[in-house]
Write a protein that binds this ligand. Sequence first.
Ligand SMILES: CC(C)(COP(=O)(O)OP(=O)(O)OC[C@H]1O[C@@H](n2cnc3c(N)ncnc32)[C@H](O)[C@@H]1OP(=O)(O)O)[C@@H](O)C(=O)NCCC(=O)NCCS
Length: 182
Amino acid sequence: MILETPSLTLRPFTPADADALTKNANDRRVWANLRDRFPHPYTRADAEAWIAHCAQAQPAEALAIVVDGEAAGAIGLERFGDVHRCTAEIGYWLGAAYWGRGLATEAVRALTRVGFEQLGLERIQAGIFDWNGASSRVLEKAGYAFEARMRRHVVKDGRVGDVLLYARVREDAGAAQDGARR
Ligand SMILES: CC(C)(COP(=O)(O)OP(=O)(O)OC[C@H]1O[C@@H](n2cnc3c(N)ncnc32)[C@H](O)[C@@H]1OP(=O)(O)O)[C@@H](O)C(=O)NCCC(=O)NCCS
């Protein structure tokens, strides 16, 4: 899957992304807002393992956010199972050098559209650590609604915090209708 938007490309990772991925991911400010399964420090071996993992994943599960030819970050849709199979969690990060240019919003908008129009999703959601105002703003700009504050739902870097649940559903303005089988 390859998605082109005015400022970036979303495409599968390739082995040639390992150096850029290591450089952009190896940042405590990025790690501080993601699950602990995202390594820190982030080594070249971590990048290689991630790229190998992505080669086995579903197409929209793990895409590189490519800006000016460099893998600047990642974005993906992780589908739930069983009765929640038409829901996915969206996750994303960008290297700090790329922050503040509207890039994450552009990437989230593009992948959200694909989720509804091509993947048959009914709902896309994200849980944001309550100290992450930039990510809440990204989701709001991409048409997600704040649904709930899950109190004391995260322990990160020795700190307990709330998680803010944001979601967008197919019916929300702009989401395409389709007759996908589910
Ligand atoms: C969150 C992240 C993806 C945002 O990327 P980005 O490309 O800078 O985002 P955008 O430029 O599209 O939008 C950021 C918005 O947040 C705003 N913002 C930045 N810092 C903020 C803060 N501390 N509080 C509130 N809003 C903030 C910006 O002003 C901008 O809003 P605006 O366009 O209305 O001015 C990036 O900071 C990142 O990768 N962080 C680490 C990993 C992470 O948090 N991932 C998401 C986990 S849910």
